[in-house]
Design a binder for this molecule. Sequence first.
Ligand code: DX5
Ligand code: ZN
Length: 223
Amino acid sequence: MPAPHLIAPSLLAADFTRLKEDMEMVNRSEADWFHLDVMDGRFVPNITFGMFIIEAMAKIAQKPLDIHLMIVEPERYIEQFAKVQPEVITVHYEACPHLHRTLQQIKATGAKAGVALNPHTPVHVLEDILEDIDLVCLMSVNPGFGGQKFIYQSLSKTRKLRDMIEERNLSTRIEIDGGVGLQNAESLLQAGADVLVAGSSVFGASDPEAAIRALKAFSPMFG
Ligand code: DX5
Ligand code: ZN
């Protein structure tokens, strides 16, 4: 029996004028993690929030933090982000010329080490580093904005990566980020996803807590 999948609502789609209330909804819900999208206006064409806001979020969050760094030179900031003791810190493959070193740097802080791949980056680039990765985040939209359309090739990428992980008998998790909702959750889980990030499909729903419950209820075996 595979481990149950995790749901990580992305606060990017929350209402920032009532961030506390939205976070408390996630605390009450069946969600597993808070997904926090840090953007620098350089790696991606958008700027979101940094350490200062994340420290405030950490005071409200009663669930583990999943920090997704969409920034250039992430190695300069790992220790600062690690101060809130996140579950995972994810850096982009495309932003890390010394990925192996950066992953060790993340692990030294006690966080799990994640690597995100942009939609055009093939999974095989991770062949010789997969053993060192706790979580691979497959971007199923071009990073930078919430509410975009799911790129359907992400399904076959998920399958390929699942095969690579199984062949090596690893416990690396596969996270899917972008355009995820009730319409594709089941196929993604069947393809081998472990963690579903959901922004607009949760916070844009009339009942966000029910949307989380519905995403959590899918089963790749019986769904
Ligand atoms: C995109 C971010 C995603 C985003 C997902 O760059 O990494 O986490 O918030 O939002 P939705 O679920 O609306 O596509
Ligand atoms: Zn993200």
